[in-house]
Design a binder for this molecule. Structure first.
Ligand SMILES: Nc1ncnc2c1ncn2[C@@H]1O[C@H](COP(=O)(O)OP(=O)(O)OP(=O)(O)O)[C@@H](O)[C@H]1O
Ligand SMILES: [Mg+2]
Length: 423
């Protein structure tokens, strides 16, 4: 009996499905309070170089006062060709080594579930890792290398929105045919496809001819968090602080590059570079907002960005169900209490929503299908819960066509359903 795993290695969450005997199951991969079917795509290295993943990583990071190294959004680095490797407590890790740690853990959980070794996997990949074709290829090669390091021998790739489409397909009656727009809004990327779906299509066939168009943008949940940081929170860390450069009597602003890095919390440790810490020391000696620069130094040295962004993300998620939310955060002598309302959130993210909206139009146009001819719109991924995102589809297709379900597991389920297409 052949068993194949489907793995959705996501920017925020990862999941695993098992294909055997012609059926697909999504497996519990973490002891998550909310959903056991998801493992946070995070790593924690303690000072003894013990490595933890998922909730265990978060628990250790919190418990050990951030003495070790915490990493998240690792998927984001896959197409980054300037990122070769990182050093953690004297040991070198290439990007595929880091990804392999997560894949190995998922593999082990899956193997414990089925009770035997499994060497075949279908991995999901976004429609675009990068708009630069060379970088896009590098990203997939790195993911493949990671899967090999994790112990997989037979490796296939499926586009994430196609996988979501296959999951949707299973809800159709045999023979029922639909043209569907699939939108997968995750943490790192928003991926789209227009695809012909058929009920009872669990057969070997080349589905590529059913894909009418595909596309994606690098704008999703993480970007919305960053935008809230930039507009609502960065002022606590010196966004508007000024200082005087050596020997001159004019005020200059804290470099945008520092604040910008602060807005992508997983990059905050990069600010520990000597040149930057020295620059910040100079700023501190003349600044008109000493308190903010103290906070800036603290967030870099104490690495509490993770918790700050959790507070931001929490407020963002609340805005999917409520008109207003509070960003609440306390650390040492830093007290943040910022209200954000739904309209404000939509306004500050105008540019992000526009990029998503333009990409949706492009994918529709390239499919050759008129909005009126589209039978179904299937939305998945955590970020699809944002009302404004749903509005983008109401406006184009009307309310009745919208299906929104299994936000976090339809991709991984569809990867399992992809097995007969490859194996
Ligand atoms: N209720 C909600 N409202 C708005 N955003 C949400 C909500 N719930 C989760 N999210 C966001 O969804 C994102 C995670 O979604 P998901 O697990 O689908 O992403 P992923 O698969 O890890 O990422 P990707 O597919 O881009 O690699 C996070 O940015 C999270 O903040
Ligand atoms: Mg995803």
């Amino acid at each position: 009996m052949q068993i194949v795993f489907g793995i959705d290695f996501g920017t925020t969450n990862s999941a695993l499905s098992v294909y055997r005997n012609g059926s697909v199951e999504v497996v519990a991969v973490d002891s998550n309070d909310g959903s056991k079917e998801l493992m946070r795509s995070v790593l924690y290295f303690n000072e003894d170089n013990e490595i933890y993943t998922g909730n265990e990583a978060i628990r250790h990071y919190v418990g050990e006062g951030a003495a070790g190294r915490f990493m998240q959004s690792i998927k984001t680095f896959l197409p980054n060709t300037t990122f070769e490797h990182t050093e953690v407590f004297g040991k070198r890790y290439a990007i595929d080594d880091l990804v392999a740690i997560i894949l190995r853990k998922l593999k082990a959980r899956g193997e414990a579930f089925v009770g035997c070794a499994v060497e075949s996997v279908i991995l999901g990949r976004p429609v675009v890792f990068s708009t630069d074709a060379a970088k896009d290829a590098v990203a997939q090669q790195r993911l493949e290398r990671a899967a090999r390091k994790a112990g997989f021998k037979n490796i296939w790739f499926q586009y994430e929105p196609v996988a979501a489409a296959l999951a949707f397909e299973e809800s159709l009656q045999p023979g029922q045919e639909r043209i569907a727009f699939i939108g997968d809004f995750g943490g790192g990327t928003s991926d789209f496809s227009v695809i012909r779906v058929k009920g009872g299509a669990f057969e070997r066939s080349d589905r590529r001819s059913d894909v009418l168009s595909m596309g994606g943008v690098y704008v999703a949940g993480d970007k919305f968090d960053s935008q809230i940081m930039w507009d609502k929170v960065a002022r606590y860390f010196g966004r508007y602080a000024r200082y005087k450069t050596m020997g001159k009597d004019e005020w200059v602003n804290v470099p945008k590059s520092i604040i910008y890095t602060l807005c992508q919390w997983h990059r905050i440790p990069l600010l520990r570079a000597r040149k930057t810490t020295e620059h910040i020391r100079v700023i501190k000696s003349t600044t008109d907002d000493r308190k903010a620069i103290d906070h800036l130094e603290n967030i870099i040295s104490d690495n509490y960005g993770f918790f700050l962004f959790q507070a931001i993300e929490k407020a963002k998620c609340e805005l999917s169900d409520m008109e207003r939310a509070l960003i609440n955060f306390t650390e040492r002598d830093l007290f943040i209490s910022e209200e954000i309302d739904k309209d404000g959130f939509e306004a500050i993210n105008g540019e992000n929503f526009k990029q998503i909206s333009d990409c949706i139009d492009e994918v529709i146009a390239r499919s050759g299908i008129l909005p009126a001819q589209m039978d179904t719109v299937f939305l998945t991924g955590g970020t699809s819960r944002i009302p404004y995102i749903q509005d983008l589809f109401f406006k184009r297709f009307g309310r009745d066509k919208l299906e929104n379900r299994d936000a976090f597991t339809s991709v991984v389920h569809g990867l399992g359903s992809s097995v007969p297409l490859f194996v």
